[in-house]
Design a protein around this ligand. Sequence first.
Ligand SMILES: N[C@@H](CCC(=O)N[C@@H](CS)C(=O)NCC(=O)O)C(=O)O
Length: 226
Amino acid sequence: MSTPSLRIYGIARTRAFRALWAAEELGLSYEHLPIEIGNAGARSPEFLAMNPNGRLPVIVDDGFVLFESLAITLYLAKKYSLGKLYPADLQTEAKAWQWSFWAIAEVDRGVNIWSLHAVRLPAAERDAQKRDEALKVLAAPFRVLDAALAGQAYLVGNDFTVADLNVAAVISRAAGMDLSAVPNLKAWLTRCLDRPAARAALVLKRKADEETSAEVTRRIAQINRL
Ligand SMILES: N[C@@H](CCC(=O)N[C@@H](CS)C(=O)NCC(=O)O)C(=O)O
């Protein structure tokens, strides 16, 4: 069998999950290199040559190197599913960008802080104040997302697109929150994460979560100032 031309770098616990979900959704054959954060992984000289930020994920697609998780999902969706997963018309495409940039700017950090201080750090090391502040920061954008999903199953148009994939992937760890105040968001998130491709990527993510030591989780919180 020939080696796949797409390589996805980054352990599935990280934002590499987003690229893995996209690759699964598109039915691509790919090689997953589950490298870790830090000196042995994303900050090694070989990795820094691909992503000078020293962060995960990165893809190499037929020699083309790309970092930034949602740039990766948008690129893959456009390359392999224009007019389906990736909207073909200008304004729907712009709406997919709108929701993708919104997710990074408005909710990415808050969900990460919440998940570290509600779930991932050892119980004795969780900071309840940071957890509660994260919930406060998320409340307004979550209401915006909830309202956008009132009476419609997906964010842009009638079908699941890369806009849904990107936002649901960014907030996937919010599935563990009490989302009763935002029922449309909750139902949509469940719908997105129940897709076979999301489930396949979540298997990798949960396995990586289980295998992550408390020491690495502490390092994640420290390096990312969470
Ligand atoms: N905006 C970037 C953020 C990438 C990022 O912060 N990745 C984390 C893992 S989820 C990382 O590599 N952290 C380790 C470090 O900064 O050394 C993206 O979406 O790809």
